[in-house]
Design a protein around this ligand. Structure first.
Ligand code: RP5
Length: 163
């Protein structure tokens, strides 16, 4: 039986998947059970309210929400849950994602969204892993190993430059 998802990766449209798949991939790398859903703030507002308000009760611990353009999805989900919400600004063809970034990052005080960089879905997955790792020593150890592997990678690149 598949494990209950701890992280929900949601996006405003299936057209966001080319960016958002990096969030799912990084969660997979760390063995974190997750689900993937399309929920649109504008096209399915009732589903958004239901999804956001019921997520914690289903066992979800962190939500990663990506959207592009008038990217209201992460903020609106954050308004109906107390779970941590990580926002991913998805770049569209026009405005290069600056519109998405500004739509997500400028939240009013009281309703936080942890916004990653434009297209930064991998970091969103890693941030979700860190949130879960704060209370899961096994996961925290895996994250420490990953950080060490990055250090080694940079050292190897540096050594190649010096050779
Ligand atoms: C946003 O509108 C979605 O998150 C997507 O980035 C953008 C365009 O959606 P589609 O027209 O491709 O479905 O809500």
């Amino acid at each position: 039986m598949p494990s209950t998802p701890l992280v929900s990766v949601v996006m405003g449209s299936d057209s966001d998947w080319s960016v958002m798949q990096d969030a799912a991939a990084s969660l997979g790398e760390f063995g974190i059970a997750h689900e993937v859903e399309v929920v649109s703030a504008h096209r399915t507002p009732r589903r958004l309210m239901e999804f956001g308000s019921e997520a914690a009760g289903r066992g979800i611990r962190t939500i990663i929400a990506g959207a592009g353009g008038a990217a209201h999805l992460p903020g609106m989900i954050a308004s109906v849950t107390t779970l941590p919400v990580i926002g991913v600004p998805v770049p569209l063809a026009r405005l290069d994602g600056l519109d998405s970034l500004l739509s997500i990052v400028q939240m009013p005080a009281g309703i936080p969204v942890a916004t990653v960089s434009i297209g930064g879905a991998r970091n969103a997955g890693l941030l979700a892993a860190r949130i879960l790792g704060a209370t899961d020593p096994t996961l925290a150890a895996r994250l420490a190993d990953y950080a060490a592997s990055l250090e080694e990678m940079v050292a190897e690149k540096n050594a190649r430059l010096q050779a």
